[in-house]
Ligand binder design. Structure first.
Ligand SMILES: [Zn+2]
Length: 135
């Protein structure tokens, strides 16, 4: 297997006012074929859970290696120097896969560690108490 990520952009319109670019992450196997979709393996899932039973095709293929494999593929994709939008989308995926990294952030006022929300793109800079004090 010679796996790579194939990242494509898709524009979606939000209520006809704003165009949002969505990145689609597909896992491909270059040993299988150089052409898409013949080399399609699976979609890269946004979240990979500790595996009890596979939740998607990707986990079905890679089992307990899923998280490691997804991280490797994303880092490989980063090394191919994609444009800044794609880089941002890849980093977002890495954060989603590794939420424990986000939990280490500390409040910039009192130094208390902050639990980051997975839904938020930008991390919180202050803890809830400092934030409510006006920081
Ligand atoms: Zn604080």
């Amino acid at each position: 297997m010679n796996l790579r990520l194939r990242i494509t952009k898709k524009e979606t319109n939000h209520y006809n006012t704003r165009t949002k670019i969505k990145h689609l992450f597909a896992v491909i196997d270059l040993d299988r074929s150089k052409l898409y979709p013949q080399n399609f393996v699976s979609v890269l899932p946004r979240n990979i859970k500790a595996i009890v039973k596979p939740a998607n095709a990707f986990e079905g293929l890679f089992g307990n290696e899923s998280l490691e494999m997804a991280n490797q593929l994303l880092k490989k994709a980063l090394r191919s120097r994609p444009d800044s939008e794609t880089t941002q989308a890849i980093r977002e995926r890495l954060d989603l896969l590794n939420p424990q990294l986000n939990n280490k952030t500390k409040c910039q006022n009192c130094g208390k560690s902050i639990r980051q929300s997975k839904q938020r793109f930008r991390p919180y800079k202050f803890c809830y108490i400092c934030h409510s004090k006006g920081f």
